[in-house]
Write a protein that binds this ligand. Structure first.
Ligand SMILES: Cc1cc2nc3c(=O)[nH]c(=O)nc-3n(C[C@H](O)[C@H](O)[C@H](O)COP(=O)(O)OP(=O)(O)OC[C@H]3O[C@@H](n4cnc5c(N)ncnc54)[C@H](O)[C@@H]3O)c2cc1C
Length: 444
């Protein structure tokens, strides 16, 4: 039997799923759709540009396309260019791997002011995502990241670093230029719970705290009186790192100060049309462990507020969705209706399956689990898909004016980025505009 599977989303989870499929069933045909002409999802557009070793996972993921039965179909937006019914009519199974493309909001007064945005959008900008809007950092001296997870740490580090230290990354030239001109003096990291509850991991925290030219300001009281008997290793290491940074004398020239503010949450962003300050409210835990107002108030002059309190997935048209949990409801990757019944031939992997948690590697075992169920569910005696059913889908897309890009198109983008990098004496420089990406796809 010759089966075929459509994967929607060419991020790490979609590519791990495809790799798992071909490893287990080398004869299976796989088409991987993405709305972008570039594969790798957040590995390309989320993982920080200066984290080059994790970025190199892309080399291993690109091997997915070496198998001749695996095809990349970029520039196809599920829900706009192609529908659930289209895919279920052409393939034996569909795997949704679209990640989490939105973020959580603070829902406070002033959140709509200019200068209030999400870390997600800021990350998209410095990563050269074609949908990202430009950021002007001229005149920005004080930046507040709301949240104490690794995304907040990433944006703080990128802003704290001397831009010359970012020359070796693949950031777009426009972004590097803006960061070179920037003169951020104060970076605030604000967490509504204590240092012992922060989600950042020691490797990322240590890297931030050791940024050359960065002084650290953390209230010693926030690190005192913590019952450390039952803390996990990650948290104990975080606390040691914070204590060391807070007590360490800073020798050398201070370019920027990192202010860590635990037990605070933003209550209001103030300013006429642009953010000028943030009112923080103190917090504490009540007897039931809930975060409540401590009554303390503090107003901090700020030019840019980046909320980094979590990503969230958006519903896919026609596909089951659990709005409360922000995921496609599923049982180990098998898509379920809201009532818990199995949706035959539909599967999920990655952040849309389990929520926006976990590192790149987490998506591998997660994809394996889904693929094991998918293969067990395939009917050994029949197949929905044929070469003809897939050709009909290609004709439908063409009739809609949709012209999918291929992996060769991506290789052309990659080559152009390497060439652009050479012009600036860098290994690679990302191309960040839609029109340039599309031109490269059309120059076949
Ligand atoms: C800022 C940030 C930094 C991170 N840093 C690290 C790190 O240093 N190390 C680490 O291990 N992990 C890191 N992670 C986590 C890692 O990026 C995720 O675990 C991983 O990317 C999730 O993979 P995914 O395939 O589920 O989603 P994604 O990577 O988001 O991929 C989803 C893909 O689906 C496509 N898509 C979305 N909607 C549609 C649609 N409607 N139609 C067609 N295609 C669609 C997208 O274009 C994208 O290519 C980071 C995450 C973030 C947000």
């Amino acid at each position: 039997m010759s089966w075929s599977v459509a994967v929607v989303g060419a991020g790490p989870s979609g590519l791990f799923a495809a790799q798992s499929l071909i490893r287990k069933r080398p004869d299976i045909h796989i088409d991987i759709y993405d709305r972008l002409p570039t594969p790798f999802g957040l590995l390309r557009y989320g993982v920080a540009p200066d984290h080059t070793s994790i970025k190199s996972v892309a080399v291993a993921l690109a091997r997915t396309f070496e198998a001749e039965q695996v095809h990349f179909r970029g520039l196809v937006h599920f829900g706009k260019d192609v529908t659930r019914n289209d895919l279920l009519g052409a393939y034996d199974a569909v795997i949704y791997a679209v990640g989490a493309s939105e973020d959580l909001r603070l829902n406070i007064l002033g959140e709509e002011l200019i200068g209030s945005t999400s870390a997600r959008e800021f990350v998209a900008w410095y990563s050269g995502h074609p949908d990202a809007r430009d950021y002007g950092l001229t005149g920005v001296t004080s930046v507040m990241a709301v949240g104490v997870g690794n995304v907040a740490v990433d944006v703080a580090r990128i802003l704290a670093k001397d831009a010359r230290a970012l020359d070796s990354t693949d950031m777009p030239e426009t972004v590097l230029g803006e960061l070179r001109r920037a003169a951020v003096r104060d970076i605030w990291l604000v967490g509504r719970r204590g240092a012992q509850h922060a989600k950042f991991t020691p490797v990322e925290l240590r890297e931030l705290l050791k940024t050359p030219g960065l002084a650290v300001d953390c209230d010693p009281a926030d690190l005192d009186g913590i019952d450390e008997d039952h803390l996990d290793r990650r948290t104990s290491t975080n606390l040691s790192l914070l204590r060391e940074a807070q007590s360490g004398a800073f020798d050398g020239e201070v370019r920027c100060t990192l202010h860590l503010r635990f037990w605070r949450r933003p209550l209001e962003l103030r300013g006429d049309s642009e953010v000028e300050s943030v009112v923080l409210g103190g917090t504490r835990l009540d007897d039931d462990g809930r975060v409540v107002d401590s009554g303390l108030r503090e107003e901090i002059p700020t030019d840019l507020v980046l909320r980094a309190i979590g990503y969230r997935s958006v519903p896919l048209p026609g596909v089951s969705f659990d709005a409360d949990r922000g995921i496609v409801p599923n049982s180990e990757g098998r898509v379920l209706t809201p009532d818990g019944a199995i949706c035959p031939r539909e599967y999920v992997v990655g952040w849309i399956k389990r929520g926006p948690i976990g590192v790149i590697g987490t998506n591998k075992s997660d994809a394996n689990q889904t693929v094991t169920h998918l293969l067990a569910d395939l009917d050994p005696n029949s197949s929905v898909s044929t070469v003809e059913s897939r050709r009909r889908l290609s004709d439908t897309l063409a009739a809609r004016g949709v012209s999918p890009s291929s992996f060769d198109d991506w290789k052309r983008i990659e080559k152009a980025e390497t060439n652009l990098g050479m012009q600036h004496e860098r290994d690679r420089t990302k191309i960040e505009t839609w029109h340039e990406l599309l031109d490269l796809c059309r120059s076949r």
